[in-house]
Write a protein that binds this ligand. Structure first.
Ligand SMILES: Nc1ncnc2c1ncn2[C@@H]1O[C@H](COP(=O)(O)OP(=O)(O)OP(=O)(O)O)[C@@H](O)[C@H]1O
Ligand SMILES: [Zn+2]
Length: 646
């Protein structure tokens, strides 16, 4: 007969109403584990449809489901083996206004299986506002973590700043690349964006590449097809301009190359001297199958293996063929495209362009497979990590449902066993008293109040940094800005006019010493911001022209990124760099993280003693993983003989 403890657990599970956000890599595992653990009432939000690339690990989905809603197909798949339970799917963005605080309040616990910071922060805020515990998770390849966030008891998801995605100084990308990743960023964020994206968007290719040197009239866009030229002439001109002329011009600045290897300009006539490449076949012949999604320059050119490294010649041919396919077969999309790692033709183009640039700067060339990984920030997902993490989410959710907050653990799944443990449990931290999300600590904004417009404040700070979707800005009792569907016309016009005013010239001027309040109505989050006027900002280091204090993202290391960013997708190099602390060992133990092992974790630690989940993958901080007891009788649940943990 089941013990009283087991019965209590079962009734907590059966009585629970659970919200899952995300039905991808972690979500599929989680839904299955919830159903098999006896949960009866599960709601799932996911905004995506199923893609072929999901099928290797999102095992609730099959080929025939491609294109259908993840949330709905996941529900149907689980109902086939647990028909009696209730699963409610929502094919929607969790940021939709229908998922408001009242919606969240109906749940006993919320479980995240998301892949981006933005949605995670949004859910964190709604959980705080609705006072519903949140179990948060993320994986990157072999690494993963589950954290528990209970209002007032543990830190919230935003109590610790998250590493910002790696960015590079503009001049490294535009002028002095030294790594392949710099060439990739140039190819996708500058060249691809310039050729195929929004023409009006700021693009450093305009500013830094001396375009004016070739066109006497600055209003002429070098990237526009001219009236008197055919496609072939156009393509050659672009190639020569970006790989030849721009490099040639850059070389004339001796200072730049004093301590660097000089690049070499590359022109079409040198690489493909006898080849009128673009005449090599019509775009129709390039269609491998009859579908636009299968458009492929490499297939047309007979380049089969994506893991091969193409020569400069081959890259140049792919460059021309891909450009031609975009201009002839996908011309309707031109002007609206942004790089997408699942867009094969875009990946081909970016690989080829990055490689040609790499050749110019004497940087080793890379295969399409590698380039795609870098361009899409991909670390290949490990299904086992997702399964482990989903199991841990359920373990923590059950503790939360039984009101055993004190027994909750944040658990890190490591790539290599450390002190014989693959799973590292850590006691949750107390809320950070100066967290602007879960405490009312004001922020400080340094800004030139005579130069910055309200629009800058809204876009660069309120939306981008504070992650608000429906902001309302007040100064004292006066409203300066508001977003919403039900606003009167004159108010909309009023706010639109305010957006274009500099801060000090607003009807209720924002100047040094002003305190403003920024509120998100949906997230029910209010932030107070003290304004400090500052004249000058460093263009490179402070590109926003304003600096927000009290919100300091931890620097992302070159090779590593937030393990919670994706369920298996992160910077390409993350998987290669194992945390330094991880010792190879003959035995592998997986530590049970149930209630029994609580004592293994020991006393509460100071924040500085323990790696933060998101920085666990960073070597430096990983060294600070807490000492674990050498011998802990009740922790070993599995033995294995290798380092190949997963
Ligand atoms: N704002 C959001 N609202 C609802 N669902 C979201 C939101 N943001 C992300 N998701 C969902 O979270 C899931 C994350 O799953 P996962 O990391 O496995 O990503 P994926 O898109 O399925 O795979 P990959 O990106 O690796 O190809 C996705 O199914 C995605 O649709
Ligand atoms: Zn917080």
């Amino acid at each position: 007969m089941a013990s009283t403890q087991q019965q209590q657990q079962l009734s907590a599970i059966k009585g629970a109403k659970v919200l899952m956000v995300g039905a991808g890599g972690i979500g599929c595992e989680l839904l299955k584990t919830l159903a098999l653990s006896g949960f009866q009432d599960i709601h799932i939000i996911d905004m995506d449809t199923i893609e072929v690339s999901n099928l290797n690990r999102q095992f609730l989905f099959r080929q025939s489901h491609v294109g259908q809603s993840k949330a709905k197909v996941a529900r149907d798949a689980v109902l086939r083996f647990r028909p009696q339970i209730s699963i409610t799917p929502y094919h929607a963005n969790v940021k939709d206004s229908s998922f408001n605080v009242d919606f969240f309040k109906q749940f006993n616990v919320v479980l995240n299986g998301l892949d981006n910071l933005d949605a995670r922060r949004h859910v964190n805020r709604l959980c705080l506002a609705a006072d519903v515990p949140l179990v948060e998770s993320g994986t990157t390849g072999f690494l993963g973590q589950v954290t528990v966030h209970i209002k007032g008891k543990t830190e919230c998801y935003e109590c610790q700043p998250k590493p910002a995605p790696k960015t590079y100084p503009v001049c490294t990308i535009t002028s002095t690349p030294s790594k392949f990743v710099h060439c990739i960023v140039w190819a996708k964020d500058l060249l691809f964006a310039k050729l195929f994206g929004d023409k009006n968007q700021d693009n450093d290719l305009n500013v830094r590449s001396n375009d004016t040197a070739t066109s006497s009239d600055h209003s002429e866009d070098i990237f526009e097809l001219r009236k008197d030229e055919d496609f072939q002439q156009y393509a050659n001109r672009i190639y020569d301009h970006v790989f030849g002329h721009n490099i040639q011009t850059a070389l004339s600045n001796e200072e730049t190359w004093k301590n660097r290897n000089k690049p070499r300009p590359i022109y079409v006539k040198d690489v493909l001297p006898d080849e009128p490449v673009q005449q090599n076949g019509s775009a129709d012949q390039m269609l491998v199958k009859d579908s636009l999604s299968s458009l492929s320059a490499m297939s047309y050119l007979g380049l089969k293996n994506p893991q091969d490294i193409w020569s400069l010649k081959e890259n140049s041919r792919v460059f021309f063929a891909a450009l031609k396919l975009f201009f002839t077969k996908r011309q309707k999309e031109i002007g609206n495209l942004t790089f997408d790692k699942d867009d094969h033709l875009a990946v081909e183009f970016v690989t080829a362009a990055a490689n040609i640039r790499a050749a110019s700067f004497n940087i080793p060339l890379h295969s399409l497979f590698e380039a795609k990984g870098i361009a899409g920030n991909i670390v290949h997902a490990v299904a086992t990590t997702n399964a482990i993490i989903a199991g841990l989410i359920v373990i923590e959710a059950i503790k939360v449902l039984q009101n055993e907050a004190k027994n909750c653990r944040m658990t890190y799944c490591l790539q290599h066993p450390s002190r014989k443990m693959l799973l590292m449990p850590v006691e949750p931290f107390e809320p950070n008293k100066s967290c602007y999300v879960c405490s009312e600590t004001p922020l400080l904004l340094e800004v030139n109040t005579h130069r910055a417009k309200l629009r800058d404040l809204v876009e660069k700070i309120v939306i981008s940094k504070l992650g608000m979707s429906l902001p309302l800005i007040t100064h004292g009792s006066s409203l300066l800005y508001e977003v919403g569907d039900d606003l009167e016309e004159d108010m909309v016009a009023n706010y639109a006019a305010n957006l274009e005013k500099v801060l000090s010239e607003l009807p209720y001027a924002i100047t040094g010493g002003t305190n403003i309040s920024v509120e998100d109505l949906q997230q029910e989050l209010v932030c107070n911001i003290n304004i400090k006027h500052r004249e000058e900002f460093d263009e490179e280091k402070e590109p926003d022209g304003m600096v927000l204090h009290g919100w300091t993202p931890a620097p992302a290391s070159e090779n590593n990124k937030d393990a919670t960013d994706n369920n298996g997708a992160s910077t390409s190099s993350t998987s290669k760099s194992a945390p330094a602390v991880m010792e190879d060992d003959d035995e592998l133990s997986i530590m049970e993280v149930g209630v029994e092992t609580v004592s293994a974790v020991g006393k509460k630690r100071k924040l500085s003693d323990v790696p933060h989940p998101e920085t666990l993958v960073e070597d430096k901080r990983a060294k600070k993983i807490p000492e674990q007891p050498e011998n802990n009788g009740d922790v070993v649940v599995m033995l294995d003989d290798g380092n190949d943990a997963a």
